[in-house]
Write a protein that binds this ligand. Structure first.
Ligand SMILES: [Zn+2]
Length: 373
């Protein structure tokens, strides 16, 4: 995970197959003393390779309790005890749930070190594993996992800081099939880091006014988008195609940059806004912000100058706009964006800003690339 230094993702709390919303501060308490290398938090870190280990056998009534912060509607809770080597199973213990964090009702005995509770969206504030009798050996709790319906119903909100204020990204998984929700949850930190990293850069590169700029992004994943449409933006909501993401993992970062540019553009009101230019700016930002080893960027660099068509709105336009800007037209993208934003863009804008129209620049480009004399 590449976390941006000014990013904090402390608000996601991933719990086995579940996750909590922002603001919900999960807390784990254990009256069973812990081995110093196996803290109680390892019992709820979503990782079955780590575990809580008691430093001595548990006594009757001692427990490890997970307080969820904000109560959640759950459909299942599973507790898995014992180390990977098979030792340390918790026997003579109960899995108990509480809706208020004080009184515990549902109680399921652990059998062979495991217990599973199923419900119908009951409100749960706390989950605990409690010893019924004095044990004979130390115990290990691998994971307390919640059903992914939590993730699917509440989503996840991540937050970070930009020079112009606090950013949040709220992800909605309601339409994501179960297994994929878990998969995407795993990718979320990276995706959110892209948002906190790239968004301020796009704003800076386009010199976009920060007043009125969306700071709370909503990301929705859809399973039923038309083939060939990987994503779109409406206001501050970015919608991404689940099949596209799953089939083209290499494309996700670039798609994200493209769609984030549309959020920054936020055009509205009267004015002429040619589609090739609106899309082309998003692609040019993608081109400039993608690392050199990005396969999409490498494909752009291989475009045949003779075949380049800047009206194509995608890769060709990305290359064209970046090239013109790099040839004595500093901040061209920002200036074009401003004209589009203000609604003042006309055919004349190119000549006003660069002294030439796009066709003349295309001619220039081909000469420079040795394809014309
Ligand atoms: Zn677009």
């Amino acid at each position: 995970m590449n976390h941006n230094p000014f990013t904090t993702l402390a608000m996601t709390l991933c719990l086995g197959f579940g996750a909590l919303t922002a603001g919900a501060k999960m807390r784990i308490e254990s009256s069973i003393p812990a081995d110093k290398h196996h803290a109680p938090s390892a019992a709820a870190d979503g990782d079955r390779g780590t575990w809580f280990q008691s430093s001595r056998p548990p006594r009757a009534g001692e427990h490890l309790t997970l307080h969820l912060g904000a109560p959640q509607k759950l459909t299942s809770v599973r507790v898995l005890s014992g180390r990977p080597d098979g030792g340390g199973r918790f026997e003579n213990a109960l899995l108990e749930l509480s809706s208020d964090g004080k009184t515990y009702s549902a109680a399921i005995p652990l059998e062979r070190g495991e217990a599973e509770w199923h419900g119908d969206g009951e409100v749960v504030a706390s989950i605990r594993v409690r010893a019924l009798k004095e044990g004979t050996a130390g115990v290990a709790i691998r994971e307390i996992a919640m059903d992914d319906s939590v993730l699917r119903s509440v989503g996840v909100t991540l937050s970070g800081e930009a020079p112009f204020g606090r950013l949040t990204a709220e992800c909605n998984f309601a339409e994501v099939p179960g297994d994929y929700a878990v998969l995407m949850r795993d990718q979320l930190d990276e995706t959110a880091a892209w948002f906190f990293n790239f968004y301020p850069k796009i704003v800076a590169m386009l010199e976009a006014p920060t007043q009125g700029l969306p700071r709370a992004l909503k990301i929705r994943f859809r399973n039923d988008m038309q083939p060939g449409v990987p994503g779109y933006v409406s206001g501050q909501t970015m919608t991404l195609s689940i099949p596209h993401i799953l089939r083209n993992p290499d494309d996700v970062r670039g798609l994200f940059i493209h769609e984030l540019t549309h959020v920054v553009q936020g055009y509205g009101g009267p004015g002429e806004r040619p589609g090739w230019l609106v899309e082309g700016l998003a692609e040019a930002l993608r081109y400039k912000l993608s690392p050199a080893d990005d396969p999409w960027r490498q494909a752009v660099d291989r475009i045949d100058p003779e075949k380049l068509d800047y009206h194509n709105a995608y890769r060709d336009t990305a290359l064209f706009l970046s090239w013109v800007e790099a040839h004595n037209n500093p901040l061209l993208l920002a200036k074009l964006n401003r004209a589009l934003k203000e609604g003042s863009y006309t055919e004349q804008t190119w000549s006003d800003l660069t002294g030439k129209n796009p066709d003349a620049w295309l001619h220039e480009y081909r000469i420079a690339r040795g394809k014309l004399k």
